[in-house]
Design a protein around this ligand. Structure first.
Ligand code: PLP
Length: 235
């Protein structure tokens, strides 16, 4: 199967899952995670109708950004503070706000170019040492701390659950949905909660059932990557 077939297969699956759980499939944003794949594949995907791409390494992203035009870019990887300046004017959404110092830097760089940068807070829902993100116990304090930052707009939450069996994964997704609804209730000026980013190739159907409205699919669209699963989201 080629990339175009993969995309239509994923879109069909999104539709059928949505039908089964009574959701509107037009509410689901498919992010094609193109990390490690060459520009030609991204262009193939773009020609097949994919318009949001997710990248996780700054240097690799910049190169692709210059070569693939007229698409939208989401940054989904762990972001180092000293690299914020390279991406701030190029991405529409950062999925991986995971620390207060990073929030300060994103805010500062956004202010410099007169932008309000949309971000998601990454939650380390499985409390894994190998993953980034805010623990759920810290989430509401974290929200409060970043609530004064005028050049970032908090659009929702993101998670990468532990790689376990599907029942555990579903439990983590449910937990995220609960946190998402709680964060929605916060009345901070720079909060406009609309997105719950969760679900990848192997579990995006479960994520949709549990309330995701952004899913991030890599392998299912572009095929196998050139590095291991453990590297997900880690620099
Ligand atoms: C790589 C990556 C994905 C895509 O994973 P697949 O299993 O290939 O679909 C999704 N989200 C993040 C944060 C990633 O780093």
């Amino acid at each position: 199967m080629g990339i175009a077939d993969n995309i239509s297969y994923i879109n069909e699956k999104i539709k059928s899952v949505c039908e089964l759980c009574g959701r509107d499939s037009s509410d689901i944003i498919l992010v094609g995670v193109s990390k490690t794949h060459p520009v030609e594949k991204l262009i193939e995907a773009k020609n097949a109708g994919l318009y949001v791409f997710g990248e996780s390494k700054v240097q690799e992203f910049i190169k692709k950004y210059e070569e693939v035009k007229d698409v939208r870019w989401h940054f989904i990887g762990h972001l180092q503070k000293n690299k914020v300046k390279y991406i701030i004017d190029k991405v529409e959404l950062i999925h991986s706000l995971d620390d207060y110092e990073l929030a300060l830097e994103v805010n500062k760089r956004a202010e410099k170019i007169n932008k309000i940068m949309d971000v998601l807070i990454q939650v380390n829902i499985g409390k894994e040492e190998t993953k980034y993100g805010v623990y759920e116990e810290e989430l509401f304090d974290f929200c409060k701390r970043i609530s004064g930052l005028k050049n970032i707009r908090i659009k929702g939450l993101m998670c990468i659950p532990p790689n376990e069996d599907i029942d555990k994964t579903r439990y983590y997704f449910k937990r995220m949905k609960f946190l998402y609804e709680e964060v929605k209730k916060l009345k901070y000026d720079n909060f406009d909660i609309q997105y719950l980013s969760m679900g990848m190739t192997d579990d995006f159907d479960i994520a949709i059932e549990e309330g995701a409205n952004i899913i991030r699919v890599g392998t299912g669209i572009f095929g196998e990557r050139y590095y291991k699963k453990e590297d997900i989201n880690n620099e």
